[in-house]
Structure formats: C-alpha cells, structure tokens
Design a binder for this molecule. Structure first.
Ligand code: ADP
Ligand code: MG
Length: 667
C-alpha cells in the first residue's frame, strides 16, 4: 500500500496541481538539478569561483543605502587563511550581528581577498556541505518543505517500489535497482551516483515505452490476419506513368510498401509521414487504387469538409482514365443526396468514398470496405478511426502525418506502426520566405502586403482567437477583420472565417476566397490543413509565439502551393528569449523534419505525436534526441523481452494492467 505524508489542505491542493497525488508521486518528482556545496582550499580559489567558507566577523558591518530599498553591507571576516573583505546587497538587517560571530558565507570570489556574498548564515559549514537536490516547485512550496516530504515518503514507501527493468538487463548495463535509483536521485552523496541513477531511470522510461508500443504491434500482427488483396501491381504503376510529373523515389518506395501490405496476409497499419507538400496524398491515391483493383472499396477521411471536397475533386481527376468511381459524403448534403450515396455505397457502385465525420455514421454501409486512409491523422480522434474501421472486415489502415520525424526516431516512437518516410520534396518547390516581426502589428509590413496584393496575391491573416477574451490576450478575428475592413475599404476586400461558423458558411467563404472575391482572409487555424488556394501566397500570423513550431510550419505550408513564391510573416510582441529563439528556427529552417525534431525536444512526444492521455508511457528524464543510444538499445531489448514474455512475469503483469489504457491508441 502506498502511503502519503500528512498534508494541510492548502499544500495538498498545491501538490495536486503538480500532478502529485500520493507518496509515490512525491518520490517520482525528481530534482531537476543539484547544488554541490564543497569547500575548496583558499589557495585554489580563482576569480569568479563560487565559494563557500567559514570565518569570524572581524569588523562591524557598514551599511550604505544608495536608492530606495537598495543597500550594500560591507565587513571583514577572518578565516583560518587570511582576512577577507565581504560585500552583500540588500541585507540591511545584517548589521546587528556582533563582532566575533562565526559565519558561513556563500558567494563569488572577486580576487584580491574580496568576496561578493549571496548568502550568510550562522550554521557550521560542516553541516552544510554535500549535494543538495533542487526541485521544480509551485509558489507556496519551499525546497526545504519538499525535502522533508521526500524523506517522509521514502520512509513510508521504500518497500513499495516495484522494479520494472528485468534483472538480467539491469546487470548487463550495471544499472541500479529502481529503489537504489530513487534513493540516489533524492539523497545523493556523490554526483556520479546521480548520473548512474539518471541512466537507470532513462533506460526504464524508454523500455516501458518500447514494450507498450511493441506489444501493440505484435497484437496487430498476430491476431488480425488480414485479407490478402489480389491485384496486378503493374496496373498501378501504369497509372503512375500517366501523371504529368515523375514520382519521387520516396513516393515510389512508400507506394511499394503499401501495395505489399495490401497483398500480405496481415492487416496494414502504416503511417506515411513527410513534410507538407511532399506528395503524401498522391501516395495514398495509388494505395486506394490497388485496393479497388482487388475488388474492395476504400474510404478517405479528411478532417474538414473543405478538404474532403478538394480531395474528391483531385481523385476524380486522378482516376479519369480508369473505371474507379469516386463518391463524397459530408453532413451538409441534403437527405436525398445522402440517401443516394448510402445506396450506391451498399451496392458497390462507389469504389472510393471521400468524406468527413459523416463517413462513420450508422447509416453508412459499405458493400466491401477494404481500406481506410486518414489524412492528417493527428486530427482524428481514436474512436472515429475505430468506428470507420469497423465498417469492414480486417480493414487495412493507412495514416498520413505532416509532422515528420527522422527515420531512426520514427521506428522507435511509432513502434506500433510501420512507417514510410518521404524526404524528397517534388522538384520546383520554392522555399517559403519567412520573416520574424517583433511587434504584434502589420504596421511595418503594411506597404509590402499591399504591394503583394497588387501583384495578384491573396493573404491569410491568422489569429489565435476568434473573439475578445479576458483571460487570453491575443489578436482576434473579429477585431482584426473590422480594423482591416476599415483600413482597406475601397482598396482591398477582406473576409473572415473561423471554426465557430456553420459548415455551409465556411464553405461559402472558402469558395469566395478561391474565386478571388477576397484579397485577404482573416482566419483562425481552421485553414491549417488542406485548403489549397493557388494565389494565396502570403500568410501573416499574429501572436506567433502562441503556436507550436510544427503547427506554424504546417500553417505556412498553406502558402506557396503553386510555383509562385510564398511569404510568411510571424508577428509577436513577446520579449521572451526562448519564444523568439523558437520562432527564429522557422525563419532559419524550411525542413519539416528539422522543425519537428526541435519541437520534440521542446515539447516531448506526448504533445506532438498525440500520446498525451492515451496511456502510452511518457518521458520525464529521458530525452530521445540526446539519449538515442539508450533509446535504440531499449528498443532491441523490448523486442527480446516480448519474444520471451513468459520469462518476465512482472512485465506481463504490467501489460495486462495497462492494456485498457492504451488499447485504443491509434486504432
Ligand atoms: P501532401 O499531402 O504531402 O501535403 P500532396 O500530395 O497534396 O502533398 O501534394 C502537393 C502537391 O504536389 C499536389 O498538387 C500534387 O499534385 C503535387 N505533387 C505530388 N507529387 C509530386 C511529384 N512527384 N512531382 C511534382 N508534383 C507533385
Ligand atoms: Mg495532404
């Protein structure tokens, strides 16, 4: 039984806000750094060294006030070595200490026996030496208080700590037991104990993650024998030769993978990842063609109606020379239209159905569904994908992601899927010119924007919110629309769109924008995926610091879709160095792989790849950019362990207990 130290309601609430609920959570809240307090012999002191030493106050304290609430106190201290001159800022109360008092002083050595102190106390130095963990804590919780909590929690729970890493692996890599690791993380006596403990916990985090992901993969492969789809691959490649352009090698490889999956006897569970505009949708079309040739139906699910319609049009064009029949279904069709689609679908008069959420409603019956494709997979809920897959028997699943990560990482992070990666971008694509504007206004670029519109370009103006919001100070669609309409009245036509509008309204607006009835569209991120407007080559993003890096990259992927130059202006009034550095990354990099890697480093995979709250274990200490060696090792070990799962009852137990948490992930 896990026990929790007694807490006042206030402290309890504070801890809960940090996701610390019980005594074990306290032990799993690791220090984020350590302060090492050691006394270096005086002879070895160098200028700028952080020093700590003991001495006796040798002069009275002289206090000089030089501004309101500002002061400096100077005094001398006699150590066993010499007389030192100490100064310390803003401690006017110190002057009460009497000469002869023994003091311990922390500070910075300035050279020539001078020290600028940061802390002075009267406890003996000997009692203060050692390594002190420092924890990330909310205001209202002191380091000292938390240290006590950790001590108490340790006493209460040290025998409740469950090992995860099997003994043979632990010994192979000379890791601590989990109990030892936690002890050394919280109560280290040497820094190399901390390192060893961190190494242990990193390996555990990776191993746990790998085991869960790979277990899911085994499950897919073992229990879901698919239908071997029989078709002539030649026919697919023949269609490829009719394209006005050449497929890139990566596209060809991805298509090969998909066709093999379709023909194989296990269910396809594949992710195609690549930067915006690398031609993923194209790849999916060939896959669906294979499926149709084998006599099955395919469904393509898009996150928005606008996108679904575009896909349907593209598919119809693409399949013009074939007998493939494409249908479309979305909620705003009228009852008669819908009925017609339902009927054609159940009578197998439609081969490929493109649509939105409407695809997985109850009335939808496929005659012979063989494959589903989800475009922009991170946008779909798990249940939605599941509901659609259940409309057929052993349906092959193909997912598209525009948040690509390097191959080596992908094999690890998407351990439960097969991954095809498209790196090559079709020739002739121009890099989008991106600028960081350090104010949340278009003042400095207004002329340029007007020029661009005069040249026939259209502009997206992206806001982080729809309307004014007290708790969220960001430029909003409504205000901006009003301001711009006024400013550009009679010169440029401005429209607006956001997710709260009805779907027919949204369609109409996009349609108007497509027909160039607006020069400028004020919008939220509803246009993030899919919309293809040939002349929309300029994007302005307000409050850019409020968006994730990958999201910004995807947003700007909306412009420069044709051969014309695309421009993206990131506006922010943030003064935060980190935020500005992040945004600068977008100015400097145009490669989606690099950007998602930076994003992963900043936000972790949970947020970026959608694991959060999926029951998939996440990482606290492990960082799979800098710890790739451990990551790869844990991947191999996890596969070894799963192959002999009967030898590892604790892991078996863990999988069983957690199955209900992660079973739905990506299904
Ligand atoms: P994604 O879905 O990866 O963002 P799309 O499949 O929508 O990319 O392709 C973007 C554009 O590039 C489309 O207009 C498509 O016709 C075109 N395209 C795809 N593959 C190629 C290629 N190999 N060469 C030239 N253009 C291509
Ligand atoms: Mg696409």
């Amino acid at each position: 039984m896990i026990s929790t130290p007694r807490l006042t309601p206030k402290k309890k609430e504070l801890l809960e806000s940090m996701q610390i609920i019980d005594g074990m959570d306290i032990l799993l809240h690791y220090p984020f750094r350590y302060e090492v307090i050691e006394n270096k012999p005086f002879e070895q002191w160098q200028v700028d060294d952080k020093v700590v030493f003991e001495g006796v106050l040798a002069s009275s304290m002289k206090l000089v006030r030089y501004a309101k609430n500002r002061s400096i106190t100077r005094f001398t201290v006699l150590t066993e070595h010499d007389l030192y001159e100490i100064s310390i800022f803003n401690r006017p109360w110190l002057k009460k200490i009497s000469i002869g008092t023994k003091l311990t002083i922390y500070g910075k050595y300035e050279g020539r026996q001078k020290v600028v102190a940061t802390t002075i106390n009267e406890q003996p130095l000997q009692e203060q030496l050692g390594i002190h963990p420092i924890y990330h804590l909310r205001e209202g919780l002191s380091q000292k208080y938390f240290e006590e909590l950790v001590k108490e929690s340790w006493k209460l729970n040290k025998d409740e700590i469950i090992e995860f890493i099997p003994e043979n692996y632990r010994k192979r890599y000379r890791l601590y037991t989990k109990k030892e690791a936690l002890y050394h993380l919280h109560f280290p006596s040497k820094m190399n104990e901390v390192q060893q403990a961190v190494r242990t916990m990193k390996y555990e985090e990776f191993l746990r993650f790998q085991i869960v992901m790979q277990a899911r993969r085994c499950q897919n492969k073992q229990y879901e024998l698919g239908s071997c789809k029989k078709f002539e691959q030649e026919k697919v490649w023949k269609l490829a030769n009719q394209l006005p352009f050449k497929l890139t090698n990566d596209q060809r490889k991805a298509i090969e993978h998909i066709l093999q999956d379709l023909a194989s006897d296990s269910v396809m569970y594949r992710l195609v990842q690549g930067d915006v505009g690398c031609g993923k949708t194209m790849v999916a079309m060939f896959g669906m063609y294979g499926c149709v040739l084998a006599g099955y139906q395919a469904a393509l699910m898009a996150p928005t109606e606008i996108l679904a319609k575009q896909h349907a049009e593209n598919l119809k064009k693409f399949f013009q020379s074939t007998s493939v029949r494409v249908g479309i279904l979305y909620s705003s069709l009228n009852a008669k239209e819908k009925q017609e689609v339902y009927q054609q679908l159940s009578e197998h008069q439609i081969d490929i159905l493109v649509g939105t959420h409407a695809l997985f409603q109850q009335q939808v019956h496929f005659a012979k569904l063989g494959m589903i494709v989800t475009d922009e997979q991170q946008r779909f809920g798990v249940q939605q994908r599941q509901a659609l897959a259940q409309k057929g028997d052993k349906v092959d699943v193909l997912m598209m992601s525009a948040t690509p990560i390097p191959r080596t990482l992908a094999t690890s992070l998407y351990g439960d899927m097969d991954v095809s990666t498209i790196i090559e971008v079709p020739k002739g694509k121009k890099e989008i010119q991106t600028y960081l504007i350090k104010e949340n206004s278009i003042r400095s670029i207004q002329k340029r924007l007007e020029e661009l519109m005069d040249e026939g370009n259209q502009i997206y103006m992206v806001c982080a919110s729809v309307e004014k919001n007290e708790d969220f100070s960001a430029r909003n669609v409504q205000d901006l629309y009003q301001n711009l309409s006024k400013a550009w009245q009679g010169k440029y036509r401005v429209g607006f769109i956001h997710g709260k509008l009805k779907s027919e309204q949204k369609d109409e607006i996009i349609d108007c924008f497509l027909k160039k009835e607006f020069d400028c569209l004020v919008t939220t991120t509803v246009i993030e995926v899919g919309v293809d407007v040939k002349d929309a080559n300029v994007m302005v993003i307000y409050d850019a610091h409020r968006f994730g890096l990958s999201q910004l990259h995807q947003l700007r992927g909306r412009v420069g879709r044709s051969a014309k130059q695309g421009y993206c202006y990131l506006l922010t009034s943030s003064k935060d160095e980190e935020s500005l550095k992040r945004l600068q990354l977008l100015v400097d990099h145009s490669d989606g792989f690099e950007i998602s890697q930076c994003d992963l480093k900043l936000r972790g995979p949970g947020d970026l790849l959608g694991y959060r709250q999926s029951g998939i274990p996440t990482f606290v200490l492990a960082d799979f950019i800098s710890d790739q060696k451990i990551l790869n090792q844990s991947r191999d070990d996890a596969s070894e362990i799963l192959n002999r799962l009967e030898c590892y009852p604790l892991i078996q137990q863990y999988l069983i207990e957690n199955a209900k948490n992660y079973i739905n992930y990506f299904d």
